[in-house]
Design a protein. Structure first.
Length: 170
């Protein structure tokens, strides 16, 4: 990830700006990184806005949820044969999940998430056995909220945690 040279606080942006940025990032074939670069914001910031948008925290109009917000579950995968198989596609359809593929020949479409999942698997999942879904969910929630975002150093933001980086930018 490129070094970000123009840090800003999240609260300096209006909800309308955040919603527009999030909606731009949902356009098929557009990456979070490209939207962030065009709008001169950090990709971590846009990723957090996307999460807040999905949870209904960020809305364009306080009286209602943003129009056009999809209720369908989505899954982004690469174009591997295991994801295009008939059995897998039927299972997604039965579960009401919309399958979204990265663009052909663009292995970096989902690079930020691939990097996160690699870190999560090596730091939390491998070597551990979870007896229940609740135990796994609790462990993952703690990892993301208490470690990955709060304490873990990220090389793309000068070896700071995302929370520290935003505090420095303030």
């Amino acid at each position: 990830m490129p070094k970000y040279n123009n840090p800003r606080r999240t609260w300096k942006y209006s909800n309308d700006f955040k919603v527009n940025a999030v909606q731009l990032s949902f356009v098929v074939g557009v990456t979070i990184k490209s939207v962030a670069l065009k709008l001169d914001i950090h990709p971590f910031m846009l990723s957090r806005w996307r999460k807040e948008y999905r949870e209904g925290i960020i809305v364009a109009d306080k009286r209602k949820k943003v129009a056009g917000q999809s209720k369908a579950k989505k899954q982004l995968t690469d174009r591997g044969v295991e994801y295009r198989g008939q059995v897998y596609q039927k299972a997604l359809k039965r579960s009401g999940i919309v399958h979204s593929l990265s663009r052909a020949g663009k292995c970096t479409d989902n690079a930020h998430m691939e990097s996160f999942f690699h870190s999560m698997k090596t730091e939390v999942i491998r070597g551990n056995v979870y007896k229940t879904d609740a135990q796994l969910r609790g462990t993952l929630g703690s990892y993301i909220n208490k470690y990955y975002n709060a304490t873990r150093m990220h090389s793309g933001i000068n070896y700071c945690s995302p929370i520290e980086y935003e505090a420095i930018a303030a």
